[in-house]
Design a protein around this ligand. Structure first.
Ligand code: HEC
Length: 127
């Protein structure tokens, strides 16, 4: 039967071990989340904007980096609006999906997906 004081020491050791473990969990949790989630989304969107969508397909950048179709954040922010190609009042994400399918011959993403939101975040930075 341990004495009263050794039980106290045992309780203290177990308690501080628990504290040490839980702060280590918090530290690894922070290391996994990106430091700047918006900057990470913008970078992901930039990669999507510049990528080819398959053999012989055109990236968004091929048509939208300059010239009369130069894309800016303001042009995407004009949505929701009536879009001729879609034949309805469309959201910005619906227009991005339409472009992915019609002009870039790629596969549309789910509305609200991390990919479409990343594309939106990148296009918002274009002046
Ligand atoms: C072959 C050239 C071409 C490619 C590739 C292309 N687009 Fe477009 N895009 C156009 C043209 C032309 C328009 C204007 C006509 C229309 O709205 O359909 C347009 C319109 C848009 C608009 C509406 C705003 C505006 O400027 O009128 C957005 C947003 C857009 N494109 C995004 C994209 C994204 C994102 C990609 C890549 C997935 C992409 N486009 C690929 C030619 C292209």
């Amino acid at each position: 039967m341990p004495s009263r004081s050794s039980r106290w020491i045992l309780a203290l050791v177990i308690g501080s071990l628990g504290l040490a473990l839980s702060s280590r969990d918090r530290a690894t949790g922070e290391a996994e989340a990106p430091k700047d989630p918006l900057a990470a989304a913008v970078e992901r969107g930039r990669a999507l904007f510049q990528q080819s969508w398959g053999p012989g397909t055109k990236s968004c950048a091929v048509c939208h980096a300059g010239g009369k179709n130069k894309l800016t954040g303001a042009r995407l922010k004009a949505y929701p609006k009536y879009d001729k190609a879609l034949g309805k009042v469309a959201t910005g994400q619906e227009k991005l999906n339409e472009m992915i399918q019609s002009k870039s011959k790629g596969t549309a993403f789910a509305l609200g997906s991390a990919e479409l939101t990343a594309l939106e975040a990148f296009i918002a930075t274009l002046r």
